[in-house]
Ligand binder design. Structure first.
Ligand SMILES: Cc1ncc(COP(=O)(O)O)c(C=O)c1O
Length: 473
């Protein structure tokens, strides 16, 4: 989609001339986060208490979060100012680059223009640091003594460990056991910044012990790290609080610096995307990149096709049910209306550990359900093939999670080759894969496989969904 006029900095060099870099300066780091709640076309049902199944009240959330974050979780203001001390830390890596992948375009022989925002440029290696820094800041400000969190592949844990390092806060991390084994350097990186890391399930919590008693070789899951985290926070008598890596409204909002910068950078490129693509685990990467574009869709300013990509082995949005479910395994976390595979569902041990979550952020689910966002599922092998093709053209080794977005970007570019249409594709390259070399090693040796849709496991897990009294089918 060509743009009539650009508002960003610098002269517009038409994309035809092959310009590939669209850099902002640090004065253009956003001054406010964007809150999709202000523009949601459908009401988002309130989260419920895990036991009573009544709407959640602040006395449930207050022990978990400091006032600043609670306010962000609850607000419906469209824009929320970013405190200067946070912008100051953002300056370590923001604004991140937006590039046009001309070498990939040539390799694919496509008339499409492919742009990518590169969040792997953050010192933590992914988008996760955008949300980790505000959480460390508001907790420090409120006098929190220590933070506890859960992590899948370790990208969130690394970012949170780094952010806690910036604000001098101790951090305890429950890391999904299979990723703990697959990615030892992620654990070491977290420890480097002073965090204490446990392979979950652990024997430290009742939730972990219960799972180990049933299944001693349990690989762990993001839902279980959340159960172990919440139990640890509640047992601390108020000393510790919970840092959420994804899913919650404030986490998605804090990530919207990505899409806001990307909007400006697309203006510099003189084009507007026909496709906006990002992978989704709990939804914060997708929301961070796509929501500012979606704001333009929802307000009639533009029309891009917005695509959230997930693994076929954990197909929350494409095969899950839109229903109330617990956000964690043990049933201690809020009950949220979302796309879910069932809170007891244990995804296959795929290498995109950050996408192995049974649920999805409530806002993303509502938008998928309402038809504002299209969800797509891709298989592991085609995703790794796209990652390798990408690396050979553009030089970056992507995180396996990010490679899901690359797969769909390439698919759309190849469709353009067939039809001759010159579409503009923008996707978020959410992280680099430098700690994922064991996964690439397995791929190159032919040891990775695709996992089928786990129909039986999903059916079993969905049998134990909660039934809130007021839930209308
Ligand atoms: C590199 C990368 N991209 C994307 C994701 C998915 O992020 P989200 O859970 O915010 O959807 C993750 C999650 O760990 C990740 O590590």
């Amino acid at each position: 989609m060509a743009m009539a006029r650009a508002r960003g900095t610098g002269p517009v060099v038409p994309a035809e001339q092959g310009r590939t870099q669209f850099d902002l300066d640090e004065s253009q780091i956003p001054r406010a986060w964007y809150n999709i709640k202000a523009d949601l076309p459908v009401p988002q049902p309130p989260a419920l208490h895990p036991r009573t199944l009544q709407p959640l009240t602040d006395d449930f959330l207050q022990p978990l979060f400091p006032p600043g974050l609670l306010e962000h979780e609850n607000t419906s203001e469209r824009y929320v100012e970013i405190p200067e001390p946070i912008r100051d830390v953002y300056r370590l890596w923001r604004p991140t680059p937006l590039r046009r992948a001309v070498r990939l375009e040539r390799l694919l022989d496509t008339p499409a223009h492919i742009y990518y925002k590169y969040e792997g440029a953050s010192p933590a290696g992914s988008h996760k640091l955008n949300a980790a820094v505000p959480q460390a800041f508001f907790n420090k400000q409120a006098g929190t003594k220590a933070l506890v969190t859960g992590t899948g592949a370790g990208q969130w844990g690394t970012a949170m460990a780094m952010a806690c390092g910036f604000f001098d806060l101790p951090l305890e991390v429950f890391m999904v056991r299979v990723s703990h084994a697959q990615k030892p350097y992620r654990r070491i990186a977290m420890e480097h910044f002073g965090a204490q890391v446990h392979a979950s399930p652990t024997t430290l919590t009742g939730a972990g012990r219960a799972v180990l008693a049933r299944s001693p070789g349990h690989p762990g899951s993001l839902g279980l790290t959340l159960s172990e985290t919440l139990e640890t926070v509640r047992a601390s008598g108020g000393a510790k609080k919970y840092a959420a890596g994804s899913g919650l409204a404030h986490v998605l909002m804090h990530q919207t610096v990505i899409g806001q910068e990307a909007l400006l950078q697309m203006e510099m490129a003189g084009e507007y995307p026909d496709f906006v693509i990002a992978c989704a685990g709990g939804g914060s990467n997708f929301g961070g990149f796509a929501f500012p574009f979606l704001h333009r869709n929802l307000t009639g300013a533009a029309q891009a096709k917005i695509i959230a990509v997930e693994p076929a082995s954990c197909p929350t949005m494409t095969r899950g049910t839109y229903a109330f479910d617990w956000a964690d395994v043990a049933g201690d976390a809020p009950v949220v209306k979302m796309h879910t595979l069932g809170h007891s569902f244990v995804p296959a041990e795929i290498h995109a550990g950050g996408l192995r979550y049974h649920g999805m952020a409530a806002s993303v689910s509502a938008l998928v359900e309402h038809g504002d966002v299209e969800a797509r599922a891709v298989q592991q092998l085609e995703t790794f093939a796209a990652a390798v093709q990408w690396s050979k053209a553009e030089g970056i080794i992507p995180a396996p999670e990010s490679a899901h977005a690359i797969r769909v970007a390439i698919d759309e570019a190849l469709k353009c080759k067939e039809t001759g249409q010159k579409k503009v594709i923008a996707f978020n390259l959410s992280g680099h894969g430098h700690f994922d070399m064991a996964a690439f090693n397995a791929y190159h040796r032919g040891e990775l496989r695709d996992d089928d849709y786990p129909a039986e496991k999903v059916r079993d897990a969905l049998a134990s969904l909660p039934h809130p009294p007021d839930d209308q089918p």
